[in-house]
Design a protein around this ligand. Sequence first.
Ligand code: 13P
Ligand code: SF4
Length: 330
Amino acid sequence: MDFKKEIQKLKKELDVAIVAHFYQKDEVFDMADITGDSLELAKRGMAAPQKNIIFCGVGFMGQSLKVLAPEKRVMMPKIACCAMAKMIDVQYFNENLKTLNDAGIKNEDILPITYINSSAEVKAEVGKMGGLVCTSSNAFKIITRGLESGKKIFFVPDRCLGQNFANQMKLKSAVVGIDDIEDVKEADIICFNGFCSVHQLFTTDDIDFYREKYPDILIAVHPECDPAIVDKADFSGSTSQLIKYITEEISPDQKVAVGTEYNMVNRLRPKNTYVLSSTKPECPTMNETVLEDLYNNLLSIKNGTFENEIIIPEETEKYAKIALNRMFEV
Ligand code: 13P
Ligand code: SF4
């Protein structure tokens, strides 16, 4: 079957918008009406006039859109779970808080901030405690605002993003369960011990390799990379910040090695762009979605079976929305 043709046909017939993250496979990405990073997709998905949204991405992204726009029917061709988001649940969140409480840090002195790469349940828990959500595009702004409360930031689940922003702001950070509890007590940003397995693939050896091979090359990485990589890089930014930097801010002749997901790097620009790794850094869960899944998901709208629809319990939705809306207010 020619899935591309059938998808185009169904799109014309149905009241649907297809939304795809930059890390999706090209075949899926090319079918989308709206593309972007996690923040853009949440905003533009909410504003889309269609009732049905097919979200090609990972679970937390579809969930975030459903929380923000409960009147829409949000479906996913594959409910693939981001490996980092899976590292934290409500129980782990509360166990970490207990470790902090046992060390003498009271809940009223803690402001939790969750990276958008977390489940709706974790976002709800953060919302109940007065906390908020951030994405890699706005983390600097959100953490800066959070620190104005005079509280310690408990940043979940990505320890690297927490550490990188602490380094950038010349603040102290420590990771619960890894660093000495005395360091945790002194830290401004206390991080949960989660990480992205894809962005962990980039090493300082990879940077050395490219700099030796092409002395004038620039290194651009996502802040989910380890702090040692971010420190050594020329530029660090979220998905859309990386795109802007590489396609608009540097000259087309400038060589650049990029430390982020393969599908995105591959379609950045035709020449002078290198993947900063000897291993292909593909996000396994983002890559689960293929054209056939998208076709089947569309067909289920036509048939009225609405496969893989995102449903969020009312209480979870209420508090996750509070945490997400606090991000938009900032
Ligand atoms: P962005 O917020 O940059 O889209 O990142 C999402 C993500 O999962 C990166 O690995
Ligand atoms: Fe999650 Fe990493 Fe994949 Fe992003 S690249 S969706 S953080 S596993």
